[in-house]
Design a protein around this ligand. Sequence first.
Ligand code: SF4
Length: 188
Amino acid sequence: MAIIANYDLEEKVAVIDRDRYVRGFRDVATFEQCCRECPNYGNRWGCPPFDHDTLSDLVRYEKVMIVGAKITPHDRRMPMEQVYDLMRPELERLNSRLLELEREAQGMAFGFVGKCERCGNAPCARREGKPCRHPDVVRPSLEAYGFNVSKTASELLGIDMVWSSDSTVPRYLTLVCALFYNGDDLQW
Ligand code: SF4
């Protein structure tokens, strides 16, 4: 039986010079402060604090591919508890393509680790001071490295992010991921 998606999808891709992206869209002090208020701070391997200067990771690359997915649910009153079920197919699709391109370009990918579900209900290994159980697929988010994702979405992808004011999912969800890389242009 065919599975019919319960949402509409719009995808946008932009490529920007790394130096321009870091200078214009990164504010570590502000976003690290937001991360400190999140329960994942220090408790997930994709989240800050990191044990090294994160800028040193970024300056190895010349370009950044930014990919955004705008997911508009058909059900305008979908309860917030269903938000991950709504996003999951696109999260998985984007992560999978991102990691494929990361391998191809020998780049560095930024995904959506906030609520990492790879270990199911088991606590993240970081809580026990142990290495990530799935380092092949877990990547930090752009926020975790201090990038302003809302500004990235609006200025580079033309998507204004929206939030919910009640217990239903917003009008649409915006997922933003990225790949830092060198060399020839890549085909998303
Ligand atoms: S895969 Fe597991 S160990 Fe790795 S960040 Fe996610 S929850 Fe933590």
